[in-house]
Design a protein around this ligand. Sequence first.
Ligand code: ADP
Ligand code: MG
Length: 472
Amino acid sequence: MPSLQDPVTAVRGVGPKLAEQLATLEIETVEDLLTYFPARYDEMTPTNVQFAKDKQKLAVKGTVMSEPIISRYGYRRSRVAFRLLTGMDVVQVTFFNQPYLAKNITANMDVIVTGTWDAPRQTIKGTKVITKDLDQQSGMGAVYSVNKHIKQATLQKTIRQAFTQYERFIPTLLPVKLRQDYQLMERREMIAQLHFPTDRELAQAARRTAAYEEFFLFELRMLALRQANREADGLSIQYHNDEVRAFIKTIPFELTNAQKRVVNEICRDLKAPYQMNRLLQGDVGSGKTIVAAIAIYAAITAGYQVALMAPTEILATQHAQKLAKVFAETPVNVGLLTGGVKPKAAEQLRAQIAAGQINLIVGTHALIQDKVEYANLGLAIIDEQHRFGVKQRQTLREKGNHPDVLAMTATPIPRTIAITTYGEMDVSIIDELPAGRQPIQTQWLQAKQLETAVRFLKEQLATGAQVILLVH
Ligand code: ADP
Ligand code: MG
């Protein structure tokens, strides 16, 4: 039975040569062809230039009034120009860098020209000229992104043929319930409307469905990755509950409910036999550091080492100082390993890490370099990790005996971005500030609003406030 996994050569008219050309667009199967969606649409229904606004995209039907003139200039630049009688108007038509069009166009010929209307000059800057089957043109024409190996028309024809042949074999993808709840299109109809739109609203609905599908599949992949991570072997860190409790008692304040909740989530992951892969998100000042300290302490009571990584040396140094204080009365030995440490001292530090004499190693991201050998790394913590990618996290996860990984960030992450950047992780959120703390206001500004931001910062600093600026 035909299947969308068939190679493109199964489509009538596609031989080895065309298959090779299609491969340059990474189109190898029928499914690749059917899901190679247009980059844009050209308006194909002829309109009257008298009603057109400046810079509007349009299609105009008319008679060529003059032989096209080709002018060449600069390096491989050219212009093809002719006059077109459309309705009662004579307009100028100009095509840039498509000199070959000239040989298909002659005076007195009827054509449809698509392009952009330049009202002051009464000129159409053309994108396409149609010289055949003028009566059959209407609606929107799909335009695909192509390269020098394959022509637009060839691709259009091939996709149409593939659709005709395989339409009946396009399986549904989204569950019916979701499709109904979100008013999405059936997949077969979506594919048809994307390639051969018959109606603006249907085409719009098809694009919406395609976008939904893409996110849906992405989430499924991430879910599968999370599941696979769960099933992969990890450490079961048997921390000493009593010792952890005793440590928490030494903290000079009461944990917020949110902190207690995330501590439980993290501790459950530490103990479980799978590899933790968790993102801890909370505003600046929400108390992530103490949560991390509890996790560090727990892992160390089980006899493991912990690595804590910060994006800069300054942050790493601050962390090391804070934690050295927090752990002053405990058996935790803190070592600071950054690029600023002298080679000889670093050498010595690495030896101590390898021997297990230091159980908490704080440093910059350089800590994931292979040079550092741990005696028994159980937990790796990454602070402010928006500079860390999925790949780097994976490198870390594969270190030594596959340590548990906890990433911390203060950046409020919009849900859609959370899915794309942290989708493979479980998420813990501290959504509560310690009592008496002012909530943090977060503003998202565009680059062009920089002046507004600077003015605001000046005002705030003048009142003695502290400001933290995150630039992405
Ligand atoms: P974050 O890392 O999330 O920005 P920190 O862990 O640095 O926040 O905490 C900010 C400050 O709040 C620190 O001085 C910390 O000791 C304090 N703090 C943390 N949790 C609490 C709490 N539950 N009650 C009171 N103070 C807290
Ligand atoms: Mg912090």
